[in-house]
Design a binder for this molecule. Structure first.
Ligand SMILES: *Cc1c(COP(=O)(O)O)cnc(C)c1O
Length: 450
């Protein structure tokens, strides 16, 4: 019989975990999960953990959802996978039809890849290749926002702005033009979120004025910079950024890998502009958290610039072995069947409930703010509330809240000192109560003994 301890010991002999200082596991071994259902993960000793972060933001309708399970079993008996070059299959076609139907108007073409970073790289390559096909080969650079995150393969990492990562791998990375983020956390006392968005647009325009001619695309995370600490911004930025990109002849890439599929309160965050980006990158929630898959949606006019007689002439050069995997596409179709107006309305109520569950922390002297966009709620811990001075990294307050959460049966993996909720949409009001109560207790405890 397997138990937590034996499995953790075997794990630590052979595995190397992502985004982890493995030495930490001497003190806190990894938790082996035996099974999962709804919002719950269960280990080998019967302990349960409420998955408050949707297993890194991928799970939309809970673990082991009966409808997605059934669709996958059926697909497994029919077709597991076939190459997507020269061949095609029903789930890939049906999913592309569905995605282009529900996406912002004008996005009529769907290109598949198999993870978020690859989707970002597809969009980057398509943009540069488009300009080359259109006789503008000088447009090869990218613009990115401060504090942005677009994945961790070299191209995706190269257009992100995650300090430690950029520094460590600098020798391997692109050097994009970095412009101000509209992140509302940066607001001065007399500023609104919209004022910050306007300042960010002014900064963007300055950069476009001097360098727009060499820029292929600007990449943004619409509404929430998730990995950057769940930093949120005003929707007016989306409309203004679209106008600026049009004016300067620069593509707009909307990386909705984390915020797509209802996370921000609308089906896509871009809907809150509303805007149509030139490229829309989707992954994470796409398959409901079941299988790796990503898609890049784009405009017919961009697709047409690649249409010619021979491969060597203009065709887009990109493929992955598992491009458009049939099981993954089928999981995505079953997930989209569950996502409708009713889900969004229910999420709206759940979101209010999430806020109410931690409301008492608003006045805590070490809580800079509680912010929320749809089904994402974040609590940022600071040493000094007024000056928003962060704690020293070594204090690991976020980590302390995380440890408290695990002991109370809630998985609250933080981003530094930002504690956040990003739960599956099937979470119940009672489960929200537990999640909120645990976070509140965790914050009090962590700060009491620090
Ligand atoms: C997670 C994420 C990515 C990268 O996706 P992976 O599947 O982890 O490669 C890219 N952009 C954003 C906004 C993300 O949150």
């Amino acid at each position: 019989m397997s138990n937590n301890q034996d499995l953790a010991a075997r794990d630590l002999k052979v595995l190397w975990h992502p985004c982890t200082q493995m030495k930490d596991h001497e003190q806190w071994p990894p938790i082996p999960i035996k099974r999962a259902f709804g919002v719950w993960l269960e280990d080998f000793e019967g302990n349960r953990y409420l998955d408050a972060i949707s297993s890194w933001w991928v799970n939309l309708f809970g673990h082991a959802h009966p409808a997605i399970n059934a669709a996958l079993k059926d697909q497994l008996e029919t077709l597991e996978h076939v190459l997507l070059a020269g061949f095609t299959h029903e789930p890939a076609i049906a999913l592309a039809e569905r995605l282009t139907q529900i996406a912002p108007k004008g996005l009529t073409r769907c290109f598949y890849a198999d993870n978020g970073s690859s989707a970002v790289e597809v969009a980057l390559k398509m943009s540069v290749h488009y300009w080359r096909n259109e006789g503008q080969p000088q447009k090869t650079r990218f613009m990115t926002l401060e504090n942005s995150y677009h994945g961790e393969t070299l191209g995706a990492l190269g257009v992100g702005d995650v300090g430690l990562y950029r520094e460590t791998y600098a020798a391997l990375l692109l050097t994009p033009i970095r412009v101000m983020s509209p992140d509302a956390y940066q607001r001065a006392d007399d500023e609104t979120a919209k004022d910050v968005a306007l300042r960010a647009i002014a900064d963007l325009k300055r950069a476009l004025d001097s360098q727009g001619h060499e820029v292929a695309a600007l990449i943004i995370e619409p509404l929430v910079q998730c990995a950057g600490g769940m930093r949120m911004y005003d929707a007016s930025y989306l409309t203004l950024v679209r106008e600026a990109c049009d004016h300067y002849g620069v593509h707009l890439i909307a990386d909705e890998i984390a915020v797509g599929f209802g996370r921000t309160g609308t089906l896509f965050a871009s809907n809150q502009g509303p805007i149509t980006p030139d490229f829309l990158c989707l992954s994470k929630g796409l398959t409901g958290g079941y299988l790796p898959l990503s898609a890049v949606l784009t405009l017919e006019s961009i697709y047409e610039a690649f249409y010619a007689e021979h491969l060597a002439q203009k065709a887009f050069l990109h493929s992955h072995s598992y491009t458009g995997n049939a099981l993954a596409c089928r999981a995505a179709l079953a997930t989209l069947d569950l996502l409708n107006e009713t889900t969004l309305a229910r999420n709206h109520r759940l979101a209010q409930h999430m806020l109410a569950s931690v409301e008492t922390l608003q006045d805590h002297p070490n809580v800079a703010e509680i912010r929320q966009t749809g089904m994402i709620l974040a609590i940022e811990l600071v040493q000094n509330k007024k000056a928003r001075k962060p704690f020293d990294k070594g204090e690991r307050l976020g980590h302390r809240v995380y440890r408290h959460g695990l002991s109370a049966g809630v998985l609250l993996r933080p981003l530094g000192d930002v504690i956040y909720f990003m739960p599956p949409y099937v979470i119940s009001p009672d489960e929200i109560e537990l999640m909120g109560k645990t976070a509140v207790e965790g914050v009090h405890q962590a700060l009491k003994n620090h």
